[in-house]
Design a protein around this ligand. Structure first.
Ligand code: M6R
Length: 352
């Protein structure tokens, strides 16, 4: 049941701290600063192709970035496109990211890769799913069953799992720092769920004409995911952009009727450039909501701030996403949408 919540989605949003603990449990050796990948063996890939759809594709974009940061060529592909035109695989490991393990497009992409002799691994939530049975290796995110059509806790757990995979398969000077941030993540997330002002922001912008989301680097997939969730459950127009792309076209859409949600973490060059993009939209009278740890001066240009604590940018992505989940949820609730079963959508998409 919904354990007293109005919808499965909000229940599952609140289950995230627990889901994350489950994902990390017995896999992380905090003393040694290492990650044990269960029985995956020694995969040490020289390259990685991720294939996935929808929310899982956003997790894949994040995962590919983590591997690249560790010096391993990695790219995320939309599964439907990968199967249509399979890129040269060489000896890359092909990683499917699929909550259900049953998504037809993702299964096709994995099968196409296998046909070309590629080794495959699936990151999935469902033990015994088709993808888990067909791939050479399976890594379980252990999020527990997700009933709402909108992916929520499984996305957070995918991000955590992809951190574990990268740490387990590569050498990184940052390993200990990332492990510490992952350890803090369930508690930090709990505080966001308890204290987020996303409902207030949702109330302010329920009547907006469109919602735009921007982010750079690891926060770019978070922007895409924020927009997908908004479309899916509110039926309102929403788009996620790489912050730097705004001025290459989408800026023409920005008006006082289109709130822009900017995810800005840390105070490095990426963050400062995104603050620059925020100034551009503010100059066009767009309301700005900053999802930030407050290390830049973005609050000077923002109408609202959804705060997250200072942590590693990898963990910050999960925290920023939680605010955006709550935002979409509350907009959808105010509009009276069928949140757990949005029109035209199915939990697992078994046709191509
Ligand atoms: O089960 P999968 O992770 O393979 O599903 C992929 C997409 O269909 C799924 O993430 C979809 O985009 C969600 N409903 C988004 O909330």
């Amino acid at each position: 049941g919904k354990s007293g919540y109005d919808h499965f989605m909000i229940k599952e949003i609140h289950e995230q701290p627990r889901a994350l603990r489950q994902c990390l449990r017995e896999r992380v050796d905090e003393m040694a600063g290492t990650v044990d990948l269960d029985d995956l063996g020694d995969l040490s890939p020289t390259g990685v192709h991720f294939v996935a759809c929808g929310t899982s594709y956003h997790a894949a974009l994040y995962g590919a970035q983590l591997f690249r940061e560790a010096g391993i060529p990695a790219q995320a592909f939309l599964a439907s496109e990968y199967a249509t035109s399979v890129p040269p695989i060489g000896d890359a490991l092909v990683v499917g990211v699929t909550q259900s393990g049953e998504t037809a497009d993702t299964l096709s992409a994995l099968r196409a890769a296998q046909k070309r002799g590629a080794r495959t691994l699936v990151v999935t939530n469902v033990v015994g799913s088709t993808a888990a049975r067909e791939c050479d290796h399976a890594f379980y995110i252990r999020a527990g069953p997700e009933i709402g059509v909108a992916a929520s806790k499984t996305f957070s757990s995918q991000l955590a799992a992809l951190n574990l995979l990268t740490l387990g398969m590569t050498r990184s000077d940052e390993a200990r720092e990332v492990i510490n941030a992952l350890r803090e993540l369930p508690g930090d997330l709990q505080r966001i769920l308890d204290e987020s002002r996303a409902e207030e922001v949702a109330e302010t912008y329920t009547g907006a004409g469109a919602y735009f989301f921007i982010g750079r680097g690891l926060q770019f997939p978070v922007a895409l995911e924020g927009a997908l969730k908004m479309k899916e459950i509110t039926y309102k127009h929403a788009e996620g952009f790489a912050a730097g792309e705004l001025k290459h076209g989408p800026l023409a859409l920005v008006t006082s009727e289109t709130p822009v949600f900017a995810v800005i973490i840390g105070d490095d060059e990426k963050a400062r450039k995104t603050v620059g993009n925020v100034k551009e939209v503010e100059a066009r009278d767009a309301p700005v909501v900053a999802i930030t740890d407050g290390q830049t001066d973005v609050h000077r240009y923002a109408d609202h701030v959804l705060e997250i604590p200072e942590t590693h940018e990898r963990a910050a992505a999960v925290l920023a996403n939680a605010h955006l989940q709550l935002l979409s949820y509350h907009v959808a609730a105010k509009l009276g949408r069928n949140i757990d079963k949005p029109r035209n959508l199915a939990k697992s998409v078994t046709v191509e």
